[in-house]
Design a binder for this molecule. Sequence first.
Ligand code: LLP
Length: 429
Amino acid sequence: MTDDESPFDISLVPRGLRELDLEALADEFGTPVFVYDEDELRRRARDYVEHFGRGRVAYASKAFLCTAMARLASEEGLNLDCATGGELYVALHAGFSPERIVFHGNNKSGEELASAIDAGVGRIAVDSDDELDRLDELTRDRAEPVDVLVRVTPGVEAHTHEYIETGTEASKFGFTLTDGIALRALTRVHESPGLRLVGLHCHIGSQIYRLDAYGRAIDRLAGLAVAARDAGILIEELDLGGGLGARYLAEDPEVSVAEYAAELHDAVDRSWAGAGLGAPPRVTVEPGRSIVAPCAITLYRVGTVKEIPGIGTYVAVDGGMSDNPRPVLYEAGYEAYFPARIGERRPRRGAVVGKHCEQGDVVVAGARLPAVVEVGDLVATPTTGAYGYSMASNYNKVPRPAVVFVREGVPRLVVRREAPDDLLRLDVE
Ligand code: LLP
């Protein structure tokens, strides 16, 4: 733990939530509650579209999806990455145009593939030979071929937590470059009458700040594109997945979309020219975290404050690992602040913990706390807009929180809080 007693760094909170009366909001919607700055969501979406082009940015819905979010993504000109039949179902229910959807997954079932094809999704990112068997079966009698990307694992390390690193040889996703496996998949798609090869897909990992790994991945993809060309196969599109990191802690960097886009486009131009491949392919991306993570805070209410001599203060809130499992899963760091004491120094050390029956149920380990912390205080954790609500559970039968969008200072409920009845909804006796 550090000796730093400096006040909380407000730059972690999206602009539209800084001046908001969070007490009033908590009174109206209850706690815990996810509060998104909708203007910031729209700004970040537009930033991506501006730097990559319309039709070239698919929001990774796994980061956070509900009807309102799907509609927002659509309105802002984003395409959508759906990784399961469930995400696809919600997207279609929200009215998202199927041709703007990329369908993903390393184990898509026959039913999932059939519903994606029936809906008319724009792309299917093929992940395995077994999936190709299913696709051949499903597309045999179709007049129009289905557009596919072939997912490739380029064999690069991405400087992130190993659980969210997906581009190495050992990854369960996609086709490896080793032993000509990826090339064989391309050939197979190329020769399949029901499928049309559009290009390659590659997602090297998530929460990445150091962009050099993308360049290395792209270089390997260019090598594959050369082998493909020699086999008479054209790569028109390169979908480079997501992965740009978000700023969780005051000391974390903020890598801009402009820098990220420049790095990717330069690397593609360089690698394609270096490999003598002619015109570079269309570059597309699938950002999740970097759009939504910085746009939300989670508001909790303090229920107990426990001082352990020589150890620190436990501040227990009314949520925890059921609304944010990331600290438990990835030892992810967050900050916590007390909106009523925002400018105060933070001399106390402790942890913000949840209400679940696990010692590991920590929201913020090594939290810096103001001198006075009381039962009933509001606590907020910034940067909780990605992989929080989407990975939420009902552990200990804790109902999932509400989700509120704030636009120009006006909050509106977009996902209601679960009620006790929801906990019984699936029981058949
Ligand atoms: N495209 C594909 C194919 C992906 O698998 C992912 C994330 C993305 C795009 C979006 O990546 P992003 O821009 O959000 O980094 N639950 C973990 C993150 C898992 C990411 C899985 N795939 C976490 O909370 O850190």
